[in-house]
Ligand binder design. Structure first.
Ligand SMILES: [Ca+2]
Ligand SMILES: [Ca+2]
Length: 435
């Protein structure tokens, strides 16, 4: 009898709790934050059905002490004459940037669980709204964001690829139209999932295929991993149709690329590569590479960076026709995001060249990097000169970072956005001819 009463009470308790929760949701009470999607939610979104998620969305404050401090830090940044840098937005954990083709929203990936939507509604070139994009989707390390020319937004997570048709127009609500391009667990073999070298990058190429760089988990992987990685395109760049079909390995022998972009002049794909650790302060060099044909091998794991052989593979014959980098960067600076510059705001010198971000070293006795580099190209499309463009995020006297640049992207007006995952911000570099 007693037992029955307890059971009855607890059953009623559950019923009341569920009822209260349901009532709270249906009455439109704003929840603090939209909850991540379950499998059923994904299905609803794919069918353009509402998930019933509260419409009030979390906003990242854009004014106050933090914004003031970040603006103060930017006074340390050195730029060529005529350029200036401003705070564009506060964006926690900001990683890769995808500027919406119609200039409505800029999307920013993270290595956590969020993709951010950044809006500059009044077009004064400072964002006035930063909020989570598609908060009902349970993103896992959605580092990569990129657009197709016709406005489809792609997100690449640790082990899934999603497509958001018209992402720029559905971004106002927690519910968005979404399609799975590569379902969970099919981008890489699930047993190869790791926290290391898992921030992906993506681009849609001139052939309309989706290109994704896939790192591999190790400093230098063991020979026993070679076949698996070659087949999956890990330690490489894969490409596929925009619906996920016809996947193939496009380039291989890449340790961990976290930046790539197509040269709009000739359609060649360039990429940065992060090189082997633990070989001393000054070697091996970081890399900026150019792909001139499908199927090329860029040297890893036989080479740890540039022409420097790895200790682990020193007795093995490297494959023939290894493609060496166009530019050897300073060792351990961690070259990440890159973009071609193809707009009119910056002087002639910069048009057709490459901006790339150095995140800064973590394993060097004297830190290097935390700056933006510029590489000009020769008329034949190969690299010409590389020089620092924006620097000062690393205080040389104390070794302290004021910020760590991750990605660069060109805004529709021709200014340059930089993401910083230490400060949690986007900066904007603009140019005005000195009078
Ligand atoms: Ca604004
Ligand atoms: Ca290489």
């Amino acid at each position: 009898m007693v037992l029955r009463a307890i059971l009855l009470a607890s059953a009623m308790g559950i019923a009341v709790a569920v009822g209260a929760q349901a009532q709270q949701q249906s009455s439109g009470q704003p929840s603090a934050e939209a909850q991540p999607a379950t499998g059923g939610t994904m299905q609803k979104l794919e069918d353009f059905k509402s998930t019933g998620t509260a419409l009030k969305m979390e906003m990242v404050p854009q004014t106050g002490e933090e914004a003031d401090n970040l603006r103060e830090n930017l006074k340390h940044i050195r730029l060529p004459a005529g350029f200036k840098i401003d705070l564009y937005a506060i964006v926690p954990d900001a990683r890769m940037i995808a500027v919406g083709p119609t200039g409505v929203v800029t999307f920013v990936g993270t290595r956590k669980t969020r993709v951010w939507a950044v809006t500059d509604r009044d077009k004064d070139r400072v964002a006035d709204e930063v909020k989570p994009f598609a908060p009902v989707v349970d993103f896992k390390i959605p580092n990569a964001v990129c657009f197709s020319k016709d406005g489809f937004l792609y997100t690449v997570e640790q082990n899934r690829v999603l497509k958001f048709p018209a992402g720029e127009f559905f971004y106002e609500n927690p519910d968005v139209a979404v399609a799975e391009v590569v379902p969970q667990g099919q981008l890489i073999p699930p047993e190869e999932e790791s926290f290391n070298h898992t921030g992906r990058v993506c681009r849609v190429g001139p052939d309309n295929k989706l290109y994704i760089a896939l790192g591999q988990p190790y400093n230098v992987f063991a020979p026993s991993k070679m076949d698996t990685y070659k087949k999956a395109g890990m330690a490489g760049i894969i490409r596929m149709d925009q619906d996920g079909k016809n996947r193939e390995v496009y380039a291989w022998g890449i340790r961990n690329s976290v930046g790539m972009d197509f040269n709009p002049k000739n359609g060649q794909l360039w990429f940065t590569d992060n090189q082997v650790d633990g070989m001393g302060d000054d070697q091996p060099p970081g890399e900026l590479n150019r792909i001139t044909a499908p199927g090329q091998n860029f040297g890893f794991p036989w080479y740890g960076g540039g022409h420097i052989r790895t200790i682990e593979y020193k007795d093995q014959e490297p494959p023939p026709n290894v493609v060496f980098p166009e530019v050897e960067m300073v060792a351990h600076a961690a070259d990440l995001g890159m973009t071609f510059y193809n707009k009119g705001m910056f002087p002639e010198k910069y048009r057709g060249g490459i901006f790339s971000a150095q995140h800064g070293s973590w394993n060097r006795t004297t830190p290097v990097g935390a700056r933006i580099m510029f590489t000009s190209l020769k008329p034949d499309g190969s690299a010409d000169k590389t020089e620092p463009f924006a620097e000062g995020w690393l205080d040389q006297s104390t070794g302290e970072y004021l910020g760590r640049p991750v990605d660069v992207a060109v805004l529709t007006d021709g200014s340059l956005l930089i993401s910083d995952d230490l400060a949690g911000a986007l900066y904007r570099i603009s140019y005005k001819k000195p009078s």
